[in-house]
Design a protein around this ligand. Sequence first.
Ligand code: FAD
Length: 268
Amino acid sequence: MNSLVCVKQVPDTTAVKIDPVTNTLIREGVPSILNPFDGFALEMALRLREQAGGTVTLLSMGPPQAAETLRTCLAVGGDRAFLVSGREFGGSDTLATSYILSCAVKALEERTGERFDVIFCGKQAIDGDTGQVGPELAEHLDLPQITYATDAVQENGRLRVRRETAEGYEVLECGLPAVVSVTKTAYELRYATVKGIFFSNRAEIPVITPQEMEGKIDLSRAGLKGSPTKVKKSFTPQRSKQCALVDEASPAASGTRLAALLFEANKI
Ligand SMILES: Cc1cc2nc3c(=O)[nH]c(=O)nc-3n(C[C@H](O)[C@H](O)[C@H](O)COP(=O)(O)OP(=O)(O)OC[C@H]3O[C@@H](n4cnc5c(N)ncnc54)[C@H](O)[C@@H]3O)c2cc1C
């Protein structure tokens, strides 16, 4: 069972601020981390490898420093990693990103001579937060997809996936290859081992460039020019706090007064 896990390097959003003048993210001095949902996806792929054999390959699109995130993934047990990078890809929106990733998947399959049985993505990236890349990737590759997965096992050459729904959970089965996007699981990403850290430090991370994909990618669908999304404005919403103390003569009177205040504020 060969898995490919798409991972994104994201700013640690607890520390992110927006520049009020340029309306862009202030990235200077903000630490970068592995997108947490991609960590859950990686752990799911590693468990699947333990159950059914095969390999776990990592793929990320980003600037050269995104290789650090790929090394983090190799240290916890990934077999190999590839970075998709190039100036032509900068400014891509989700449609362009998923298109570029789909071209990279095809290029990798050709390069390694292996087919990926499962392509894992996180449910969403914590910076862009759209949750669109996984489903769009499935469409570009014309593959079935299962979203909001919380566990996946191989059974008789098929994939059995437990997924979260608004009401609870459901178990689905699908043929392979397939795309699976992963939400928070009951398990955390395992820790790196010393052996894993040595391996990841020495591992070569090949960069897939636009030139390398020549003939296999339509560059007019990549980068800012190939992105139909236009960001008109971004801003940090102003928050205000108002406090009203409800302290009537009795608990019942306080309840009535509280209900009246909530009603006036259109909250109930
Ligand atoms: C006009 C425009 C220009 C932009 N320019 C840039 C830019 O120059 N640089 C930039 O970093 N962002 C840029 N972005 C943001 C970028 O489009 C999104 O971050 C990216 O498309 C992923 O979308 P998301 O973060 O909402 O991911 P989601 O759809 O929320 O991610 C879901 C999953 O898809 C996978 N995934 C997502 N992105 C990647 C990736 N890059 N590599 C591997 N797997 C991935 C992960 O598994 C992730 O968990 C731009 C956006 C717009 C609208």
